[in-house]
Write a protein that binds this ligand. Structure first.
Ligand code: ATP
Ligand code: MG
Ligand code: MG
Ligand code: MG
Length: 442
């Protein structure tokens, strides 16, 4: 990625002290205070520059982990034709959460709340043989759901950004392998974002079957009640060196054999069998959801593939969603303190904040400009605060927006040939040379 060159005096960072009373949870409050988003309507937001950077970082991590697992990116439209949904039988079932639109020719359309129908239509148009399988197609696209109660800022928006992937396989067994690849890729993606997301047995609704997991981040402000074995919280992600060509059943079973369920699937008796010191009963945020649904769409929509012996069978499908925009709020819920956001390095809008304590002092401003050049040269994203404000308000603002590191250039340090390096999370400060500071931040 190209390093961003950004002087605060030229940036668009509308930090604000006023938080509307309806911002009930800390992530929503902090996103408004740091000027990450602006609400335009119930559950509809403009992503201001700082928020948009984080959104893109999350999207990119998800993209890399989807690609690593063998999924292939495309882009489907936001607006869909009602006909496809009539074919699957969901047009009437979906109800009021679907935003229905009529065009000038009185054609019924909708703003997509999800894309099973559309991707099945793409698949059936091109794929006729088992030889093209397995196939996994994904995109990251805006969705619209007319939520009855949009709230908590971007956590429950009406317009929101989702990564959704769709797998196609010949047999149920192969479809399970596709499911396992997504299961592991999700754990790796959330881990890279600095999040602990626990896979939990989830409700499959009217579709049935046992293959559905929600990925849950524990947080007091989460909307779901969840129950799990503490050992799951201590278990690491499969890791980026995982071989996605291999059989991943073991990786999945290692986790699914431990108790973890959302409220709808909770089984008191099974939970009671977990040793009591390992019983976790908490609240959580659903950041992802994966699903195997077999031929639910391929059958009614006639998405058939020819097998090796020449017969035609409906393709086995699964779908896999990640709430990209919800994650921005979810990460803040998990990563903040009394002074503001504390971004995990991988999703931070900038790598480092550079503060010039006295921009009017010639020696200080020269040293700060030099530091700025050296940091950007080292490939770091720098937000350079060379404004003329009081140091106190500059420090507070930098703490509030939560970049992992701060480098402070002041008169004493300039004289000693040092900078002050501050670690946002621990609050630790180090007097070091600029070179040492760069080495630490990288
Ligand atoms: P929820 O239970 O929170 O309503 P869902 O189960 O309806 O979510 P899915 O259909 O499983 O959502 O969609 C996949 C992912 O999209 C979810 O796991 C969640 O992270 C995200 N998501 C769903 N609805 C919203 C929303 N209104 N705002 C932001 N993200 C959402
Ligand atoms: Mg929902
Ligand atoms: Mg849900
Ligand atoms: Mg869900």
């Amino acid at each position: 990625m190209i390093a961003t060159i950004m002087r605060l005096s030229r940036y668009f960072l509308p930090v604000s002290k006023d938080v509307p009373a309806d911002a009930a949870i800390v992530s929503h409050q902090l996103m408004l205070r740091t000027g990450m988003v602006r609400q335009n309507g119930a559950g509809i937001y403009t992503w201001l520059p700082l928020g948009f950077k984080v959104l893109q970082k999350i999207e990119q991590i998800v993209r890399e982990e989807m690609d690593r697992a063998g999924a292939i990116e495309l882009l489907m439209p936001t607006i869909q034709q009602a006909e496809l949904w009539e074919e699957s039988g969901r047009y009437d079932d979906y109800g009021k959460e679907m935003l229905r639109i009529t065009d000038r020719h009185d054609r019924e359309m909708l703003f997509g709340p999800t894309n099973e129908e559309l991707i099945t239509d793409v698949f059936r148009a091109y794929v006729k043989s088992y030889k093209a399988l397995p196939l996994n197609l994904y995109h990251t696209q805006w969705k619209f759901r007319d939520e009855i109660r949009p709230r908590f800022g971007v956590m429950r928006g009406r317009e929101f950004l989702m990564k959704d992937a769709y797998s196609f396989d010949l047999t149920e067994e192969a479809a399970r392998a596709s499911y396992n690849r997504m299961f592991c890729a999700y754990l790796n993606a959330f881990d890279r974002m600095g999040l602990k997301a626990v896979p939990m047995q989830a409700d499959t609704g009217p579709i049935g079957g046992d293959l559905s997991h929600e990925f849950i981040v524990l947080a007091d402000t989460g909307e779901s009640a969840v129950f799990c074995d503490r050992d799951l919280l201590d278990m690491g992600a499969p890791g980026l060196d995982l071989d996605f060509e291999a059989d991943l059943t073991g990786e999945v079973e290692k986790r699914t054999s431990l108790y973890a369920a959302t409220e709808e699937m909770h089984d008191e008796a099974a939970f009671a069998a977990v040793p009591s010191d390992r019983q976790v009963s908490a609240r959580g945020i659903e950041v992802g959801h994966i699903f195997f649904f077999g031929t639910k769409y391929s059958k009614p929509m006639n998405a058939m593939v020819q097998t090796a012996d020449g017969t035609n069978v409906p393709v086995q499908m699964g779908s896999y969603g990640i709430g990209v925009s919800r994650l921005v709020g979810g990460i803040i819920e998990a990563c903040h303190d009394e002074n503001g956001i504390v971004w995990p390095k991988a999703v931070s809008p900038f790598d480092v904040g550079l503060i010039s304590m006295r921009p009017k002092d010639e020696a200080v401003s020269t040293a700060a400009d030099d530091a700025y050049a050296a940091l950007t040269h080292a490939g770091l994203d720098v937000l350079y605060d060379e404004t003329d404000e009081r140091p106190g308000s500059k420090f507070n603002r930098m703490d509030l927006i939560g970049l992992p590191w701060q480098i402070v250039i002041g008169p004493r340090g300039v004289e000693a040939g040092q900078v002050e390096l501050k670690h946002r999370k621990s609050g630790e400060k180090f007097d070091v040379t600029l070179e040492d500071a760069i080495a630490k931040v990288k």
